[in-house]
Design a protein around this ligand. Structure first.
Ligand SMILES: NC(=O)c1ccc[n+]([C@@H]2O[C@H](COP(=O)([O-])OP(=O)(O)OC[C@H]3O[C@@H](n4cnc5c(N)ncnc54)[C@H](O)[C@@H]3O)[C@@H](O)[C@H]2O)c1
Length: 410
């Protein structure tokens, strides 16, 4: 699903009018792209429940969009061709549906939504709309993962039996400090984070999952004796490796903007931006392992660990004709032919510059292409819903200790 659409000449203008809702951290990568590629799109509207954040981005990138705190008003007054949704995960549904109902193309950041009910609301609107619904699974556009997918689907490895995927994340501290530490807003780490990797596994397996077992816990980011609520007040700050100094002096304009955007929340009465990772209230995990059986017989495992010393994602895929080992941080793939042991190495470093190894810019280009041509997006509502379904099943399994059976269509 995520069908081709007839695009009217009216919306297929070469210089697109773009609006963005949710102008926090992630929105920055879209704004940077369009500030560097102005012939591809013009930012005409920015919306955030704290409009000061939008104003800070507009100042940094020297653009003059109209600024709003309400999506519907932004869409009617700034008349964009496309809407990019960068609100927190639980708040994707409302702007996506509003955009689709107005036949405005939507690029919705991963994950589609935190519940299957919200996914269904987006799907109903997307099916009715004449506009594109693009689900922002940027990792599909990463050169290493894209090459892995080509190698797997070209049958060079023969018939695949197992896939191991591992994610190690040092910067995972964000998952214990912000909205994404609470299931209510991000679904928990199995959902807000692992949805990326479950989507990649679904894509590589070329099939939907049959069942999943997962185990997970919060091993490290647990309450610490004497830790204060905010880093700035904490007596442990001189020894704590996670001390978050929000009074730092920014080295450049981008850093200064990001700092002011972080502080804007607490200025408006929100949570402190240097909330302690340990004493913060949370219902998430910091490590877990999932085992997935796919309907075509492929078995997959996925390890998620955000207490790691280095940040990377790794894949190991075993096929009847060869074995593939990939490292996303190093941007390398090694394939070993099974019977000859001959090795073929791919070094994709040159192609992997920029956000998420060059994936972010490639995804935006692919979205614009889909908007202009009506071609089926690389990922849309079907892929979005499948990833949410596996993510929620992993969470349920690690909560209950049960194997969860999925009933997604093959
Ligand atoms: N694809 C990726 O690699 C990637 C990376 C980071 C974040 N993300 C996704 O991007 C989204 C945003 O994440 P972030 O890290 O930028 O979060 P953030 O908190 O920095 O930004 C979210 C912004 O949305 C605003 N907001 C909240 N509710 C709103 C509403 N109802 N209407 C308008 N504005 C609202 C907040 O004020 C904030 O400025 C999330 O869905 C996240 O999962 C994706």
């Amino acid at each position: 699903m995520g069908i081709n659409k007839e695009i009217s000449k009216e919306t297929a203008r070469s210089r697109f009018r773009i609006a963005v809702v949710g102008t926090g951290g992630r929105a920055g990568s879209f704004l940077k792209y369009f500030s560097r590629n102005q012939d591809e799109g013009e930012i005409v509207g920015l919306c955030d429940k704290i409009p000061e954040k939008a104003r800070l981005w507009a100042k940094l990138y020297k653009i003059q969009p109209k600024i709003f705190d309400d999506t519907e008003e932004m869409l009617s007054k700034s008349r964009p061709d496309a809407l990019i949704v960068c609100t927190p995960d639980f708040a994707h549904v409302e702007p996506s549906v509003t955009g689709l109902n107005a036949n405005i193309h939507v690029l919705c950041e991963k994950l589609m939504a935190t519940t299957l009910e919200d996914c269904s609301k987006i799907i109903v609107a997307a099916e009715k709309s004449s506009a594109i619904f693009y689900l922002g699974f940027n990792l599909r556009h990463n050169p290493t993962y894209n090459t892995v997918h080509q190698l797997v689907s070209s049958s060079q490895l023969g018939s695949i039996s197992t896939i191991e995927a591992n994610e190690y994340y040092y910067e995972g501290k964000t998952y214990f400090q912000r909205w994404n530490r609470l299931r209510e807003f991000g679904g928990g780490l199995w959902v807000t984070k692992a949805c990326h990797d479950f989507d990649i596994l679904n894509w590589l397996a070329g099939c939907s999952a049959q069942n999943i077992y997962a185990t997970a816990g919060l091993s490290h980011y647990r309450p610490k004796a004497n830790a204060a609520r905010r880093c700035r007040d904490c007596s442990l700050k001189f020894d704590c490796p996670d001390f978050d100094d929000i009074s730092y002096t920014a080295n450049n304009e981008l850093e200064e903007t990001r700092k002011l955007i972080r502080l804007a929340e607490e200025k408006k009465g929100g949570e402190p931006s240097d909330l302690c990772l340990y004493s913060s209230n949370k219902d998430t995990i910091d490590n877990g392992i999932a085992v997935i059986n796919y309907k075509n017989g492929i078995r997959a495992t996925y390890t998620l660990n955000v207490i790691a010393a280095r940040t990377t994602r790794q894949l190991r895929i075993v096929g009847s004709e060869g074995m593939l080992e990939a490292d996303l941080e190093k941007a390398t793939i090694e394939c070993t032919e099974r019977h000859t042991r001959r090795k073929i190495n791919y070094d994709l470093k040159e192609m992997s510059k920029g956000g998420h190894g060059g994936a972010d810019d490639r995804m935006i280009k692919d979205f614009l292409k889909a908007c202009h041509t009506g071609e089926k997006p690389k990922s849309s509502w079907n892929e979005g819903r499948l990833a949410v379904q596996v993510s929620l099943a992993a969470r349920k399994s690690s909560d209950t200790g049960e194997v969860i059976h999925l009933d997604a269509p093959t």
